[in-house]
Design a protein around this ligand. Structure first.
Ligand code: SAM
Length: 266
């Protein structure tokens, strides 16, 4: 497929976060990390001009592509409707009900995401981890830093805690701006998120954890005692081996889970 041929020349749109991948080595690395299999059901967010789609759709049973930009539909249909499993949805990935796409096989979600919506989209997809096998996303490198962060770092916060509570998180490759057209101003990276056994995920527990963490990180430079005033007492923190004078970014995932479960029981 000649994506930049005169017939289909598409001018990249900033408001849709369009930075099209053109580095074949990067595309190959992403596709080999995904390793599509014949019975896979893939959901691709933001197929754009089809750089990843072209390498995935022939190798899976079904690929649902969700693209918001109406002007890309003709090109996508012309390129891929030859594949029986290709289904194009002209809709907003932030407003998509992923359960409606689910047909039994856990979904494999992929995308070189528009960076302006990547964090809310990932948070939304966290509501569907029970029907998702894995997710591979190209993101702004700084977002991958937050997803993979560990305690005692500036990147450790709400996003990493929710991600690591729900998923195994792996940084796959770092990608320079030149891999895209147009080149973004930031470094990028690909991350793989593999949801943990959904039977072990308690959504109420997650809700409590997220509310507590939000409050605890409200002002990063303040102590837990200050951020959690009126919510958790010093005695409760100490009961869980947490120093009330510590900052939220020093607390591990296990400690957050124990604390958010524990304060319920006080
Ligand atoms: N996958 C292509 C590639 O790698 O070259 C395009 C990636 S580009 C960074 C992001 C794509 O997401 C664009 O095609 C853009 O139109 C689309 N997009 C932007 N916002 C979207 C949304 N809310 N829902 C679905 N697609 C969206």
């Amino acid at each position: 497929m000649n994506q930049s041929s005169g017939l289909y020349k598409h001018k990249a749109r900033k408001r849709f976060g369009q930075n099209f991948l053109h580095d074949t080595h990067v595309i190959t690395s992403i596709v080999s990390a995904i390793a599509p299999a014949q019975d896979d059901h893939i959901v691709e967010i933001g197929p754009g001009q089809g750089a990843l789609t072209a390498e995935l759709v022939p190798y899976c049973q079904r690929l649902d592509a969700i693209e918001l930009d109406r002007d890309l539909l003709t090109l996508l249909l012309a390129s891929f409707s030859i594949h029986k499993g290709f289904h194009l949805h002209n809709q907003d990935a932030l407003k998509t009900d992923y359960r409606e796409l689910h047909q039994g096989r856990p979904l494999r979600v992929v995308g070189n995401l528009p960076y302006n919506i990547s964090t809310p989209l990932i948070l939304k997809l966290f509501e569907y981890t029970d029907i998702i096998a894995d997710m591979h996303f190209m993101l702004q490198s700084e977002v991958v830093d937050r997803l993979t962060a560990q305690p005692h770092s500036k990147a450790w916060g709400r996003l990493g805690i929710a991600a690591q509570y729900l998923c195994r998180v792996e940084r796959i490759i770092d990608v320079p701006p030149e891999a895209f057209d147009p080149a973004p101003k930031v470094q990028s990276a690909v991350v793989k998120l593999t949801p943990k056994d959904s039977s072990k995920i308690d959504l109420e527990q997650l809700g409590r954890l997220q509310a507590l963490v939000k409050q605890a990180f409200a002002q990063r430079r303040k102590t837990l005692r200050n951020n959690l005033k009126g919510v958790v007492s010093d005695a409760q923190l100490e009961h869980f081996g947490i120093d009330p004078a510590a900052r939220a970014e020093t607390i591990s995932l296990e400690q957050w889970v124990a604390l958010s479960d524990g304060i319920e029981q006080f």
